[in-house]
Write a protein that binds this ligand. Structure first.
Ligand code: ADP
Ligand code: MG
Length: 345
Protein backbone atom coordinates (compact mmCIF):
# COMPACT_ATOMS: atom_id res chain seq x y z
CA UNK A 1 0.00 0.00 0.00
CA UNK A 2 1.22 3.52 -0.70
CA UNK A 3 2.19 5.70 2.23
CA UNK A 4 -0.48 7.97 3.71
CA UNK A 5 0.69 10.78 5.97
CA UNK A 6 -2.05 12.91 7.53
CA UNK A 7 -1.63 16.57 6.46
CA UNK A 8 -2.19 17.59 10.08
CA UNK A 9 1.14 16.09 11.13
CA UNK A 10 2.95 19.04 9.50
CA UNK A 11 0.56 21.93 10.24
CA UNK A 12 -0.25 24.58 7.66
CA UNK A 13 3.17 26.24 7.53
CA UNK A 14 5.06 22.97 7.81
CA UNK A 15 3.09 21.63 4.87
CA UNK A 16 3.80 24.71 2.71
CA UNK A 17 7.53 24.41 3.54
CA UNK A 18 7.48 20.70 2.80
CA UNK A 19 5.74 21.03 -0.57
CA UNK A 20 7.76 24.00 -1.82
CA UNK A 21 11.24 23.11 -0.55
CA UNK A 22 12.36 21.62 -3.86
CA UNK A 23 11.59 24.83 -5.77
CA UNK A 24 14.22 27.45 -6.48
CA UNK A 25 13.73 30.85 -8.07
CA UNK A 26 15.58 30.77 -11.37
CA UNK A 27 14.18 33.90 -12.98
CA UNK A 28 16.16 37.11 -12.45
CA UNK A 29 12.85 38.92 -12.15
CA UNK A 30 11.67 36.90 -9.12
CA UNK A 31 12.66 39.19 -6.23
CA UNK A 32 10.58 37.28 -3.67
CA UNK A 33 8.74 33.97 -3.98
CA UNK A 34 7.09 31.73 -1.41
CA UNK A 35 7.38 32.93 2.18
CA UNK A 36 6.14 36.50 2.42
CA UNK A 37 2.68 38.11 2.34
CA UNK A 38 3.06 38.53 -1.42
CA UNK A 39 5.50 37.58 -4.17
CA UNK A 40 7.52 40.31 -5.91
CA UNK A 41 8.37 40.40 -9.62
CA UNK A 42 10.79 43.01 -10.90
CA UNK A 43 9.75 44.78 -14.11
CA UNK A 44 12.65 47.23 -14.29
CA UNK A 45 14.84 49.25 -11.91
CA UNK A 46 11.91 51.47 -10.93
CA UNK A 47 9.00 49.06 -10.86
CA UNK A 48 8.05 45.74 -9.34
CA UNK A 49 4.72 43.92 -9.31
CA UNK A 50 3.52 42.57 -5.96
CA UNK A 51 1.05 39.68 -6.12
CA UNK A 52 -0.84 37.64 -3.55
CA UNK A 53 -3.58 35.03 -3.66
CA UNK A 54 -5.95 33.56 -1.07
CA UNK A 55 -8.67 30.95 -0.94
CA UNK A 56 -11.85 31.14 1.17
CA UNK A 57 -13.81 27.92 1.60
CA UNK A 58 -17.36 27.64 2.90
CA UNK A 59 -17.46 25.78 6.21
CA UNK A 60 -13.79 26.55 6.89
CA UNK A 61 -13.35 30.30 6.42
CA UNK A 62 -16.94 31.42 6.40
CA UNK A 63 -20.34 30.23 7.52
CA UNK A 64 -23.33 31.60 5.63
CA UNK A 65 -25.54 31.05 8.68
CA UNK A 66 -24.16 34.32 10.06
CA UNK A 67 -22.01 35.77 7.29
CA UNK A 68 -24.17 37.76 4.83
CA UNK A 69 -23.03 37.24 1.22
CA UNK A 70 -22.45 40.94 0.70
CA UNK A 71 -20.12 41.04 3.69
CA UNK A 72 -18.40 37.90 2.47
CA UNK A 73 -17.68 39.49 -0.92
CA UNK A 74 -16.32 42.57 0.79
CA UNK A 75 -14.16 40.53 3.16
CA UNK A 76 -12.79 38.30 0.38
CA UNK A 77 -11.37 41.39 -1.34
CA UNK A 78 -10.16 43.07 1.85
CA UNK A 79 -8.17 40.07 3.13
CA UNK A 80 -6.26 39.95 -0.14
CA UNK A 81 -5.61 43.66 -0.30
CA UNK A 82 -4.29 43.34 3.24
CA UNK A 83 -1.42 41.14 1.99
CA UNK A 84 -0.45 43.79 -0.59
CA UNK A 85 -0.55 46.61 1.99
CA UNK A 86 1.59 44.36 4.21
CA UNK A 87 4.36 44.76 1.59
CA UNK A 88 4.03 48.58 1.89
CA UNK A 89 2.34 48.69 -1.50
CA UNK A 90 -0.99 50.17 -2.60
CA UNK A 91 -3.02 47.47 -4.42
CA UNK A 92 -4.46 48.33 -7.83
CA UNK A 93 -6.18 45.25 -9.34
CA UNK A 94 -7.88 42.01 -8.28
CA UNK A 95 -9.15 38.87 -9.95
CA UNK A 96 -11.98 36.86 -8.39
CA UNK A 97 -12.65 33.17 -9.02
CA UNK A 98 -15.63 31.30 -7.64
CA UNK A 99 -16.71 27.66 -7.48
CA UNK A 100 -20.39 27.38 -6.61
CA UNK A 101 -22.90 24.60 -6.04
CA UNK A 102 -26.41 24.78 -7.44
CA UNK A 103 -27.80 25.86 -4.05
CA UNK A 104 -26.71 29.41 -4.93
CA UNK A 105 -29.14 31.52 -6.94
CA UNK A 106 -28.23 34.35 -9.30
CA UNK A 107 -29.63 36.72 -6.69
CA UNK A 108 -27.33 35.28 -4.02
CA UNK A 109 -24.30 35.73 -6.28
CA UNK A 110 -25.41 39.28 -7.10
CA UNK A 111 -25.34 39.96 -3.39
CA UNK A 112 -21.80 38.54 -3.16
CA UNK A 113 -20.72 40.79 -6.04
CA UNK A 114 -22.35 43.83 -4.44
CA UNK A 115 -19.91 43.34 -1.58
CA UNK A 116 -17.01 42.78 -3.98
CA UNK A 117 -17.91 46.01 -5.80
CA UNK A 118 -18.19 47.96 -2.57
CA UNK A 119 -14.66 46.90 -1.60
CA UNK A 120 -13.27 47.58 -5.09
CA UNK A 121 -14.79 51.07 -5.05
CA UNK A 122 -13.70 51.84 -1.50
CA UNK A 123 -10.11 50.66 -2.01
CA UNK A 124 -9.94 51.95 -5.57
CA UNK A 125 -8.94 48.65 -7.15
CA UNK A 126 -10.14 47.30 -10.51
CA UNK A 127 -11.72 43.87 -10.88
CA UNK A 128 -9.89 42.64 -14.00
CA UNK A 129 -10.91 38.98 -14.36
CA UNK A 130 -11.32 35.61 -12.70
CA UNK A 131 -12.97 32.27 -13.31
CA UNK A 132 -16.37 30.72 -12.60
CA UNK A 133 -17.03 27.02 -12.18
CA UNK A 134 -19.39 24.62 -10.47
CA UNK A 135 -18.70 22.86 -7.21
CA UNK A 136 -20.26 19.67 -5.81
CA UNK A 137 -20.85 21.39 -2.47
CA UNK A 138 -20.79 24.91 -1.09
CA UNK A 139 -18.77 27.86 -2.30
CA UNK A 140 -15.06 28.56 -2.71
CA UNK A 141 -13.76 32.03 -3.48
CA UNK A 142 -10.23 32.74 -4.64
CA UNK A 143 -8.97 36.29 -4.95
CA UNK A 144 -5.64 37.44 -6.37
CA UNK A 145 -4.53 40.99 -5.69
CA UNK A 146 -1.70 42.94 -7.31
CA UNK A 147 0.02 46.27 -6.87
CA UNK A 148 3.01 48.05 -8.38
CA UNK A 149 5.79 49.74 -6.43
CA UNK A 150 9.36 50.95 -6.63
CA UNK A 151 11.39 47.86 -5.66
CA UNK A 152 13.21 49.72 -2.86
CA UNK A 153 9.97 50.69 -1.10
CA UNK A 154 8.77 47.11 -0.68
CA UNK A 155 8.93 45.83 2.91
CA UNK A 156 9.55 42.14 3.56
CA UNK A 157 9.38 39.99 6.69
CA UNK A 158 13.16 39.70 6.69
CA UNK A 159 14.54 43.12 7.65
CA UNK A 160 13.97 43.42 11.41
CA UNK A 161 17.16 43.87 13.49
CA UNK A 162 17.88 44.02 17.22
CA UNK A 163 16.97 47.43 18.65
CA UNK A 164 14.12 47.99 16.16
CA UNK A 165 10.79 49.06 17.63
CA UNK A 166 7.85 46.66 17.22
CA UNK A 167 4.50 48.29 16.38
CA UNK A 168 0.99 47.33 15.39
CA UNK A 169 -1.85 49.28 13.86
CA UNK A 170 -5.42 49.22 15.22
CA UNK A 171 -6.47 46.87 18.00
CA UNK A 172 -6.27 43.11 18.24
CA UNK A 173 -8.51 40.20 19.20
CA UNK A 174 -11.84 41.83 18.25
CA UNK A 175 -12.46 39.72 15.13
CA UNK A 176 -11.88 36.52 17.10
CA UNK A 177 -14.29 37.61 19.84
CA UNK A 178 -16.84 38.58 17.18
CA UNK A 179 -16.55 35.03 15.85
CA UNK A 180 -17.00 33.54 19.32
CA UNK A 181 -20.20 35.54 19.76
CA UNK A 182 -21.53 34.51 16.33
CA UNK A 183 -20.67 30.85 16.99
CA UNK A 184 -22.41 30.96 20.37
CA UNK A 185 -25.56 32.41 18.86
CA UNK A 186 -25.42 29.90 16.00
CA UNK A 187 -25.45 27.06 18.56
CA UNK A 188 -28.44 28.66 20.30
CA UNK A 189 -30.19 29.09 16.95
CA UNK A 190 -29.49 25.47 15.96
CA UNK A 191 -30.90 24.18 19.23
CA UNK A 192 -34.21 25.96 18.66
CA UNK A 193 -34.81 28.33 15.74
CA UNK A 194 -37.46 30.19 17.76
CA UNK A 195 -34.85 31.57 20.12
CA UNK A 196 -33.85 35.03 19.03
CA UNK A 197 -30.10 35.51 18.73
CA UNK A 198 -28.71 37.83 21.36
CA UNK A 199 -25.85 39.71 19.78
CA UNK A 200 -25.73 42.01 22.80
CA UNK A 201 -25.28 45.22 20.82
CA UNK A 202 -21.74 44.15 20.10
CA UNK A 203 -21.53 45.95 16.78
CA UNK A 204 -17.82 46.70 17.07
CA UNK A 205 -16.53 43.13 17.43
CA UNK A 206 -19.12 41.80 14.97
CA UNK A 207 -18.07 44.30 12.34
CA UNK A 208 -14.40 43.44 12.91
CA UNK A 209 -15.27 39.81 12.12
CA UNK A 210 -17.82 40.26 9.34
CA UNK A 211 -16.58 43.41 7.61
CA UNK A 212 -12.88 43.89 8.32
CA UNK A 213 -10.86 46.68 6.75
CA UNK A 214 -7.29 46.57 5.46
CA UNK A 215 -4.68 48.96 6.86
CA UNK A 216 -4.66 51.32 3.90
CA UNK A 217 -4.32 54.53 5.94
CA UNK A 218 -1.21 53.23 7.65
CA UNK A 219 0.54 52.48 4.36
CA UNK A 220 -0.47 55.89 3.00
CA UNK A 221 1.01 57.41 6.15
CA UNK A 222 4.31 55.56 5.65
CA UNK A 223 4.51 56.89 2.10
CA UNK A 224 3.59 60.45 3.04
CA UNK A 225 5.98 60.60 5.99
CA UNK A 226 8.70 58.66 4.16
CA UNK A 227 8.80 55.98 6.84
CA UNK A 228 10.28 52.69 5.69
CA UNK A 229 9.45 49.89 8.15
CA UNK A 230 12.31 47.39 8.43
CA UNK A 231 9.89 44.43 8.36
CA UNK A 232 6.14 44.09 8.06
CA UNK A 233 3.29 41.60 7.67
CA UNK A 234 -0.44 41.61 8.21
CA UNK A 235 -2.00 40.09 11.30
CA UNK A 236 -4.26 37.40 9.88
CA UNK A 237 -3.45 34.46 12.17
CA UNK A 238 -2.88 36.30 15.47
CA UNK A 239 -0.03 38.42 16.84
CA UNK A 240 1.91 35.43 18.21
CA UNK A 241 2.02 33.62 14.89
CA UNK A 242 3.02 36.78 13.00
CA UNK A 243 5.76 37.63 15.51
CA UNK A 244 7.08 34.14 15.04
CA UNK A 245 7.19 34.64 11.23
CA UNK A 246 9.00 37.98 11.43
CA UNK A 247 11.49 36.64 13.98
CA UNK A 248 12.14 33.48 11.97
CA UNK A 249 12.53 35.32 8.66
CA UNK A 250 14.63 38.15 10.14
CA UNK A 251 16.62 35.77 12.43
CA UNK A 252 15.87 37.86 15.52
CA UNK A 253 13.96 37.64 18.82
CA UNK A 254 11.25 39.90 20.25
CA UNK A 255 10.30 41.36 23.62
CA UNK A 256 6.64 42.40 23.93
CA UNK A 257 4.98 44.38 26.74
CA UNK A 258 1.60 42.85 27.53
CA UNK A 259 0.12 46.13 28.76
CA UNK A 260 0.97 47.80 25.45
CA UNK A 261 -0.88 45.31 23.24
CA UNK A 262 -3.86 47.30 21.92
CA UNK A 263 -7.20 45.72 22.87
CA UNK A 264 -10.49 47.60 22.44
CA UNK A 265 -12.70 47.96 25.56
CA UNK A 266 -15.51 46.02 23.81
CA UNK A 267 -13.11 43.13 23.13
CA UNK A 268 -11.85 43.13 26.67
CA UNK A 269 -15.37 42.96 28.10
CA UNK A 270 -16.44 40.22 25.72
CA UNK A 271 -13.29 38.19 26.48
CA UNK A 272 -14.08 38.34 30.19
CA UNK A 273 -17.68 37.26 29.51
CA UNK A 274 -16.36 34.24 27.61
CA UNK A 275 -13.86 33.63 30.42
CA UNK A 276 -11.01 34.16 28.00
CA UNK A 277 -7.86 36.13 28.68
CA UNK A 278 -7.98 39.27 26.45
CA UNK A 279 -4.23 39.05 25.79
CA UNK A 280 -4.58 35.45 24.64
CA UNK A 281 -7.31 36.56 22.23
CA UNK A 282 -4.98 39.23 20.82
CA UNK A 283 -2.06 36.81 20.57
CA UNK A 284 -3.88 33.81 19.17
CA UNK A 285 -7.14 35.10 17.69
CA UNK A 286 -7.12 35.58 13.94
CA UNK A 287 -8.45 37.87 11.23
CA UNK A 288 -7.64 41.30 12.63
CA UNK A 289 -5.99 42.37 9.34
CA UNK A 290 -3.95 45.01 11.11
CA UNK A 291 -0.24 45.39 10.42
CA UNK A 292 2.67 44.20 12.53
CA UNK A 293 5.77 46.21 11.63
CA UNK A 294 9.20 47.08 12.93
CA UNK A 295 10.98 50.39 12.52
CA UNK A 296 14.48 51.64 13.10
CA UNK A 297 14.88 53.56 16.37
CA UNK A 298 15.57 56.74 14.42
CA UNK A 299 11.98 56.73 13.14
CA UNK A 300 10.51 56.52 16.64
CA UNK A 301 9.39 60.17 16.71
CA UNK A 302 7.52 59.81 13.40
CA UNK A 303 5.67 56.76 14.67
CA UNK A 304 4.63 58.47 17.89
CA UNK A 305 2.36 60.74 15.83
CA UNK A 306 1.05 58.04 13.52
CA UNK A 307 -2.73 57.67 13.93
CA UNK A 308 -3.71 54.21 15.17
CA UNK A 309 -0.14 52.96 15.66
CA UNK A 310 0.95 51.30 18.91
CA UNK A 311 4.46 50.57 20.09
CA UNK A 312 4.34 47.14 21.73
CA UNK A 313 7.96 46.06 22.12
CA UNK A 314 11.44 45.73 20.78
CA UNK A 315 13.37 43.38 18.52
CA UNK A 316 16.07 41.42 20.35
CA UNK A 317 18.71 38.88 19.35
CA UNK A 318 17.51 35.50 18.07
CA UNK A 319 18.95 33.69 21.10
CA UNK A 320 16.78 35.80 23.43
CA UNK A 321 13.64 34.16 21.98
CA UNK A 322 10.17 35.66 21.72
CA UNK A 323 9.09 36.90 25.14
CA UNK A 324 6.09 38.52 26.75
CA UNK A 325 6.59 40.82 29.73
CA UNK A 326 3.25 40.32 31.47
CA UNK A 327 1.31 43.03 33.28
CA UNK A 328 1.98 41.02 36.45
CA UNK A 329 5.74 41.44 35.95
CA UNK A 330 6.61 37.94 34.73
CA UNK A 331 8.37 36.99 31.53
CA UNK A 332 6.85 34.18 29.42
CA UNK A 333 7.74 32.58 26.09
CA UNK A 334 5.28 33.41 23.34
CA UNK A 335 4.34 30.29 21.41
CA UNK A 336 3.34 30.55 17.75
CA UNK A 337 -0.21 29.34 17.33
CA UNK A 338 -1.70 30.22 13.98
CA UNK A 339 -4.95 28.78 12.78
CA UNK A 340 -4.75 25.27 11.43
CA UNK A 341 -7.34 24.70 8.77
CA UNK A 342 -7.06 21.03 8.06
CA UNK A 343 -9.97 19.07 9.32
CA UNK A 344 -12.08 16.30 7.92
CA UNK A 345 -15.58 17.24 6.85
P1 ADP B 1 -0.87 34.83 4.12
O1 ADP B 1 -1.44 34.37 5.43
O2 ADP B 1 -0.11 36.09 4.22
O3 ADP B 1 -1.90 34.83 3.01
P2 ADP B 1 0.09 32.16 3.81
O4 ADP B 1 0.39 31.77 5.21
O5 ADP B 1 -1.18 31.72 3.19
O6 ADP B 1 0.23 33.74 3.69
O7 ADP B 1 1.27 31.67 2.87
C1 ADP B 1 2.61 31.83 3.24
C2 ADP B 1 3.46 31.78 1.99
O8 ADP B 1 3.38 30.50 1.37
C3 ADP B 1 3.06 32.78 0.91
O9 ADP B 1 4.24 33.26 0.30
C4 ADP B 1 2.26 31.95 -0.06
O10 ADP B 1 2.30 32.47 -1.37
C5 ADP B 1 2.95 30.60 0.01
N1 ADP B 1 2.07 29.44 -0.26
C6 ADP B 1 0.96 29.08 0.44
N2 ADP B 1 0.42 27.95 -0.05
C7 ADP B 1 1.17 27.58 -1.11
C8 ADP B 1 1.14 26.51 -2.04
N3 ADP B 1 0.17 25.56 -1.97
N4 ADP B 1 2.10 26.42 -3.00
C9 ADP B 1 3.05 27.38 -3.06
N5 ADP B 1 3.15 28.42 -2.22
C10 ADP B 1 2.25 28.53 -1.24
MG1 MG C 1 -0.34 37.96 5.16
Amino acid sequence: MSKHTDVNTLGEFGLIDHLTKGFTNNQKTTLAGVGDDAAVIKLNDDQAVVISTDLLVEGIHFDLVYSPLKHLGYKAIVVNLSDIYAMNVIPTQVTVSIAISSKYSVEALEELYRGIKLACDFYNVDLIGGDTTSSPRGMTISVTAVGVSHPDKIVYRTGAKPGDIICTTGDLGAAYLGLQLLEREKQVFMSGPDVKPDLEDQSYILERQLKPEAARMSVQYFHKEKIQPTAMMDISDGLASELFHICKNSKVGAFIEEKKIPIAPDSEQMALKFRLDPTTCALNGGEDYELLFTIDEKDLEKIRYMPGAYIIGEITKAEDGIKLHTSGGNIHDIKAQGWEHFKEV
